[in-house]
Design a protein around this ligand. Structure first.
Ligand SMILES: Nc1nc2c(c(=O)[nH]1)N[C@H]1C(S)=C(S)[C@@H](COP(=O)(O)OP(=O)(O)OC[C@H]3O[C@@H](n4cnc5c(=O)[nH]c(N)nc54)[C@H](O)[C@@H]3O)O[C@H]1N2
Ligand SMILES: Nc1nc2c(c(=O)[nH]1)N[C@H]1C(S)=C(S)[C@@H](COP(=O)(O)OP(=O)(O)OC[C@H]3O[C@@H](n4cnc5c(=O)[nH]c(N)nc54)[C@H](O)[C@@H]3O)O[C@H]1N2
Ligand SMILES: [Mo]
Length: 769
């Protein structure tokens, strides 16, 4: 699949042979600075990115070191910064010139590229336009609308960017109003981890910190695209690789960031352009084949154990005996797995899995890193738990250089859960909330994202309040969700930029524009800071750096206070305005509610490198039902048993992010590391499948979901691109492929949409004359 090919007017494909990082990322950064018209100021702001006293990146949640580099940001973090501090504006005049129906024809890129929202707006039915409204009127009307509804028919969604302070207030507001309907982006993301990890090891988050990268002997890397999704981690991976640490990767696609890296901040490296290899073994597992692959590695380990003498065991018996529960059942399950079945399910050969087991057996301290490739499957919880089983076999939880490391997405998605954004009332300290804030936490469980969509479709949800994000685009089943969304009574979008969720609106609809994290946030007591938790359970403070995009913007805490006072008056004893005047008071309230994690919050926030939450599993204390770390036997070797089919015409569609996007924010139509330029309407396919389906590269195809529930799910206009991907698996981009994802195709327990394995058929489009 060599060489540059032009496959249509827009689409060009040229396999990317370079490393991740390197000159390519410097050029890409320069382009985004120019495009957003922020050359000088932008580059100064970047110096304060992810530094103590500076601001925390609005892109991914990867850990921020205590001793940062001069430039502690990556190409994608810089893109996110320039995207937020752009000089382009979406003003009342912008809206006056266009109806909402007209704006609906704009794509995701053009909507956000129009710039920052400047004024609160209310949709006007007569003209089909958003018209300016005062903040007071907006709060009062939203308050009246919400008060007229049953609280459980309103949903309060959060995207994972909102700060600890805003998230804490938002959770209290929803509960004071009377509902636990607090889904968040995590419901589409690492909710799988939030369910899997507590059952296995008694903590809801990963156990690794940055320090472990410097002590580890081996890294297993499953289903995470580091070069695009968390590029700053490449520094730690590069350091490990240079020490000779094996990095063993499982991913259906050969992602460049997992192959080679040149540190764009190391002048020597840039001059010689000599990349560091990242993965030492690369296993192109079939989508959904990870449980089988991990069971194969476990089987190979057990076989080694049988061959070695008792003085040098492969299994860490001391750990297994003292710290774990369920070994016998797990060992029996391993013995019952046939190699032929394992190979068929994961598409990898036995000797490949034995090689992975060999590296594992030789390493003393091993880290297990994973992302959406494991979580977004029907049985993702079991896959994650099987991975933990593998870690437990050699005592790799709770020792330096070892542990489990789910790589979280949004910059504070982990923290939101920590401070009470959850639909599960038993996850919050109801007694403390009652006592301190006079709020009765409703007893009934609220809605997850998928459940909320189902209830929008059946009409029982009437109001959607979105604290950030672009829910209409991010969820599955667009064809059913969008028309139902338009029948909502109330939609409220608290946003920085215009997106589709503000256009697909209810009878009463508001856009409430807020400050971004990079902007100064002035309140009565002066300039405010906020806090967030990174992927390694570490809290950091963040201070704005630039003047707000418009004088009419309010901060998220202030907007939440406005909504709470209007929609839930007298339902709490929270002094909302007093809190907003000084966010330190919100942090004191967080500390009083969650003292184990946040004691002395204000004092500790500005320590270099932040402060870590306590994690009992790191100390080998197991807060599980058995009081031990649990081996949990997966029910099936397949990660997607329900939708698996023997029909050879049905392939598994993986929905991917490109290097030119942050979720539904589409910076550009290019995906440099995959060599795809100019269009996102592509489907990556193995050449054998292209032949088998009688297609040619560049052919236009329609994808149709293979499901027999009477709903037609089709998207056309994709160009076929020949790609190194396992036969039987194809890949396309999220969110363009989301109409193909049935709402019911989700993780069994966690309800995370199974976006990495959608069963589809490929049909050639009739050639246009
Ligand atoms: N630039 C950028 N950064 C981001 C984001 C972004 O959109 N753009 N999004 C943020 C968010 S919210 C999140 S959650 C994270 C997401 O970051 P990731 O976890 O990296 O998510 P994806 O890019 O969706 O896909 C992950 C990888 O899983 C692989 N994969 C797919 N199916 C399987 C499978 O069955 N098994 C295995 N082993 N691998 C599989 C894919 O090939 C891909 O490389 O990134 C965050 N950071
Ligand atoms: N098929 C498929 N679907 C997926 C996924 C997948 O891999 N495949 N991934 C899932 C995952 S992991 C996630 S996390 C979700 C993402 O779902 P969301 O978090 O809902 O979506 P984003 O695209 O991150 O939201 C972007 C919007 O956030 C707003 N915004 C940006 N900054 C701020 C801010 O500071 N404050 C406020 N209030 N608003 C702000 C902007 O207006 C922007 O338009 O999508 C999920 N959907
Ligand atoms: Mo995510």
């Amino acid at each position: 699949m060599a060489n540059k090919r032009r496959l249509s007017g827009d689409l060009e494909v040229e396999p990317y042979e370079g490393p991740s990082g390197g000159w390519g990322s410097v050029r890409s950064l320069a382009r985004s600075l120019t495009r957003e018209h922020v050359p000088i100021k932008g580059s100064r702001v970047l110096l304060n990115q992810n530094k103590t006293g500076g601001f925390m990146c609005v892109s991914c949640a990867w850990a921020k070191p205590a001793d940062p580099r001069v430039f502690e940001f990556c190409e994608n973090g810089a893109k996110a910064t320039t995207w937020e501090i752009t000089h382009k504006r979406v003003t009342p005049e912008f809206f006056a010139a266009r109806t909402v129906t007209e704006l609906e024809s704009w794509d995701d890129h053009h909507l956000e590229a129009a710039g920052r929202l400047t004024h609160p707006m209310r949709w006007d039915a007569r003209t089909d336009k958003y018209l300016p409204v005062s903040w007071e009127e907006a709060f009062a009307e939203i308050g009246r609308e919400l008060q007229a509804l049953h609280p459980d028919s309103a949903v309060f969604y959060t995207s994972g960017r909102a700060s600890l302070e805003a998230s804490f207030m938002y959770g209290l507001f929803a509960r004071a109003y009377g509902t636990n309907n607090l889904p968040d982006s995590s419901n589409m993301c690492h909710e799988t981890s939030s369910v899997a990890l507590p059952e296995s090891i008694g903590v809801p988050v990963g156990t690794c910190t940055l320090d472990d990268f410097y002590k580890t002997d081996c890294i297993f890397f499953f289903g995470q695209n580091v070069g695009t999704s968390s590029p700053r981690m490449l520094h730690q991976l590069q350091d490990a690789a240079r020490r000779g640490v094996p990095i063993i990767t499982f991913n259906p696609l050969r992602e460049r960031g997992l192959e080679e890296f040149v540190n764009p901040q190391a002048p020597g490296e840039m001059l010689t352009d000599k990349p560091t290899r990242i993965s030492s073994q690369y296993h192109q597992v079939r989508s959904g084949g990870d449980t089988a692959a991990i069971m194969g590695i476990a089987k190979a380990l057990l076989a080694r154990e049988d061959r070695t003498d008792a003085t040098n065991p492969v299994i860490d018996w001391a750990f297994v005996n003292e710290h774990t529960h369920g070994w016998d059942e797990f060992a029996e399950a391993i013995n019952l797995c046939e190699w032929s079945e394992i190979e068929k399910r994961c598409g990898l050969q036995r000797d490949a899995l034995e090689a992975a087991a060999g590296a594992y057996a030789q390493a003393n301290a091993v880290m297990f890193i994973y992302g959406m490739g494991l979580t977004q499957h029907e049985q993702g919880v079991e896959t994650v738990q099987t991975l933990i089983n593998l870690a437990l076999m050699r005592g790799n939880i709770g020792k330096p250089g070892a542990g489990i490391c789910p790589v979280r997405g949004h910059s504070n998605v982990q923290g939101q859960r920590t401070v009470g954004i959850t639909e599960k009332p038993w996850m919050v300290p109801a007694d403390k909330i009652k006592q301190q804030f006079g709020i009765e936490v409703p007893a009934n469980k609220g809605l997850t994202t998928v459940e909320a969509c189902a209830k929008v479709i059946d009409g029982s949800v009437r109001a959607m309040v979105l604290l950030g994000g672009n829910l209409v685009r991010a969820v599955p089943e667009h064809r059913l969700v969008e028309p139902a969304w338009r029948k909502l009574r109330l939609t409220v979008n608290i946003l920085t930029k215009l997106n589709r969720s503000a256009l697909v609106h209810g009878e009463v609809s508001f856009i409430l524009p807020c400050l971004g994290r990079i902007e100064f946030d002035e309140q009565a007591s002066g300039r405010q800071a906020t806090a967030m938790e990174d992927s390694t359970g570490c809290m950091h403070g963040s201070r704005g750096q630039v003047a707000p995009a418009s004088p009419h913007l309010l901060s998220e805490p202030r907007i939440i206070a406005g909504l709470a006072k209007a929609a839930a008056p007298g339902r709490s004893i929270i002094p909302w305005d007093h809190w907003v005047a000084d966010y330190g008071r919100i942090r004191d309230a967080i500390a009083a509610t969650y003292p184990d994690i946040f004691h002395d919050f204000n004092a500790r926030l500005w320590q270099p490198g932040g402060f870590h939450r306590p994690l009992p599993a790191r100390e080998r204390q197991w807060k599980t039902k058995t009081g031990k770390a649990n081996f949990i036997v997966p029910a099936s070797l397949a990660s997607d048993p329900k939708t698996e089919t023997r029909d050879p015409d049905v392939v598994q569609l993986i929905t991917l992010r490109s290097n030119g996007q942050f979720n539904t924010t589409i910076y550009s139509y290019d995906d440099r590391f995959r060599g795809i330029y100019g269009s996102r309407y592509v489907v990556l396919m193995h050449p054998r499948d292209i032949d088998r389906f009688g297609l040619k590269e560049g052919a236009m195809v329609t994808l149709a979901t293979a499901a027999s529930d009477g709903v037609t799910r089709e998207v056309g206009g994709f160009r076929v691109v020949a790609y190194d991907i396992p036969p039987g698996c194809i890949a396309g981009y999220y969110p363009e492929c989301n109409p193909l994802l049935p709402l019911w195709h989700h993780e069994k327990k966690a309800k995370t949409p199974a976006a990495k394995s959608i069963p589809v058929r490929v049909k050639a489009d009739a050639p246009t004359a």
